[in-house]
Design a protein around this ligand. Structure first.
Ligand code: GLN
Length: 314
């Protein structure tokens, strides 16, 4: 990516897609439907600790499913690979994120940690004496990635908690198959909270850059997770990060990423930079339309597809 000016490129991406007004606001979590459809922001953080942004990069939105790779990381960091793999598989499903169908009753594992079943199983692995300490562990872990204190958005949390019956159904079905422990009401509550953490695109780009820097926050220099697990988390993001669009994403865009239903996308370019984008209008898969377009543009312009070898030949 040597000769391209990154600041110019993100500004160009912003202008290119600012007027795209396709897509819909999510409404299954009622409070999310109040998002401003015009909001659009792009941030990138390079491994020398510099963050560049364009648009409403201070605007806060809830992290939603983008929390899932972090909670998977926390589970690996705390319990190690063997215990975590016993609780979750690493296979893409091709089903929507909140599907209740794909549970491997035989192996007693959900398919992967980025669909709700697997994500709730990973939240269940955040163990502590009290629910308050479980919440603190979760927040502290994500804060080390972000390099600043994070807060739960109470409005969204209550909106999600009062309407999250599908997630309750999923959790009870998993209890039936003994995929999660009996403390599931508390685990579900913590899951709703993890989805309701407020971030902006600058935070997402710093969090992504910590993955890109093998688990060390490039700004604070603090170690956020054990380096040995970073490649596994990135693999899951590459194969399962964009819901039912994951295959097409890997094909077209070609770098590990995770989207959330509030309109964020976090992208990781290992050894190079982290990307955070927000725009709340979603496509039929539940991915932000503008954010996806920006990632595709950045990937083409900078040759970010992990299987792109054109730079090697020139
Ligand atoms: N909180 C949302 C849910 O569990 C997260 C989903 C998402 O971002 N796709 O339904």
């Amino acid at each position: 990516m040597g000769k391209i000016d990154l600041n110019q490129l993100i500004n160009e991406s912003y202008s290119l897609y600012r007027d795209v007004s396709l897509g819909t606001l999510p409404n299954y979590i009622p409070e999310l439907a109040n998002a401003n459809p015009n909001h659009f922001a792009i941030s990138v953080t390079t491994l020398d600790g510099k963050t560049l942004s364009v648009g409403e990069s201070d605007h806060k939105f809830t992290i939603q499913s983008i929390s899932k790779p972090f909670v998977f990381s926390l589970a690996l960091d705390t319990h190690g690979m063997e215990k975590v793999r016993a609780r979750v598989d690493v296979e893409p499903t091709g089903d929507p994120f909140h599907s209740v169908i794909r549970l491997d009753a035989e192996s007693k594992r959900p398919y992967n940690p980025l669909v709700n079943t697997g994500a709730i199983a990973m939240t269940d692995l955040i163990e502590a004496q009290t629910s308050k300490i479980r919440e603190e562990k979760l927040l502290y872990f994500l804060e080390t990635f972000a390099g600043r204190p994070l807060k739960i958005n109470e409005k969204i949390y209550h909106s999600e908690q009062s309407t999250g019956h599908r997630n309750r159904a999923i959790a009870y079905l998993m209890l039936h198959f003994k995929m999660i422990g009996p403390n599931l009401d508390e685990t579900l509550d913590l899951y709703f909270k993890q989805c309701s953490i407020d971030v902006n695109t600058k935070d997402l780009s710093v969090m992504a850059s910590t993955f890109a820097n093998n688990g060390i926050n490039p700004i604070t220099k603090k170690k956020a997770m054990k380096a040995e697990f970073v490649k596994h988390v990135l693999t899951i993001m590459f194969t399962c990060g964009l819901y039912t669009d994951a295959g097409e994403w890997a094909f077209d865009v070609g770098f590990p990423a995770k989207s959330g239903v509030s309109g964020g996308i976090l992208g990781v370019i290992p050894g190079v930079m982290g990307i955070g984008i927000y725009s709340p209008l979603l496509d039929s898969h539940g991915n932000s339309i503008r954010a996806r377009k920006v990632c595709e543009h950045l990937s083409k312009k900078l040759g970010l597809h992990i299987f792109d070898q054109s730079n090697l030949c020139s």
